[in-house]
Design a protein around this ligand. Structure first.
Ligand code: UGC
Ligand code: NI
Length: 186
């Protein structure tokens, strides 16, 4: 059996661009360096609060044009899936949401793993990309981005999740064959 071992890259906007958006407060140093006033920043509440506005767009499509579609905000409470360099985790499947984006924002102060795959129909383990996200980074999967269901690491982790509610089957799953063994470590 052919074996694949994936180790995570640090999550950055550039590395994740093909799959979606990294949701984080824009890097003020970067804005200062390249002289671009941070366009998302709006001071609100009498200057008390910085609103980093519309960092990502929630993509919504009505399946078949008939269903009532809207964005919903959820909390996902993920049970621990401990992974370390000495404790690998088997990966059997990924999924995607053809009619909407899905955004995860950690609420428990923990790093978490993000496993995505290239936008191809016949997935192989070579199409997989593993990232480790900081506890202050959210992610927004673009619609149809292959991804593994949420991966909390060492404790029960809550995530604020924004995604689509509407008609049609908005969750396609892809199971890798029995002929491969895919493991992640970090
Ligand atoms: N199925 C579901 O609600 N969750 C998944 O989409 C996930 O990405 O965790
Ligand atoms: Ni999902």
């Amino acid at each position: 059996m052919k074996e694949y071992k994936l180790t995570p890259l640090p999550l950055t906007k550039e590395a994740f661009a093909a799959f979606g958006d990294v949701v984080e407060v824009p890097d003020a140093k970067q804005s200062a360096q390249d002289g671009s006033a941070d366009s998302s920043l709006i001071m609100i509440n009498g200057g008390n609060t910085e609103r980093y506005d519309s960092l990502v767009n929630v993509e919504l499509e009505a399946a078949g044009g008939k269903s009532e579609t809207h964005a919903v905000i959820n909390i996902f409470r993920a049970q621990p899936r401990p992974v370390s360099k000495d404790l690998a985790m088997d990966i059997e499947m990924v999924e995607r949401h053809p009619f909407g984006s899905q955004s995860f924002h950690p609420l428990s102060g923990e790093e978490y793993l993000v496993l995505v795959a290239d936008a191809v129909e016949e997935l192989t383990p070579e199409n997989l990309h593993l990232f480790i996200a900081r506890a202050d980074q959210g992610i927004n999967y673009h619609k149809n981005t292959w991804h593994h269901p949420v991966l909390g690491l060492n404790k029960v982790c809550d995530f604020l999740v924004v995604d689509r509610k509407g008609g049609g089957n908005n969750c396609e799953e892809y199971f890798f064959g029995e002929d491969v063994k895919i493991q992640i470590t970090c």
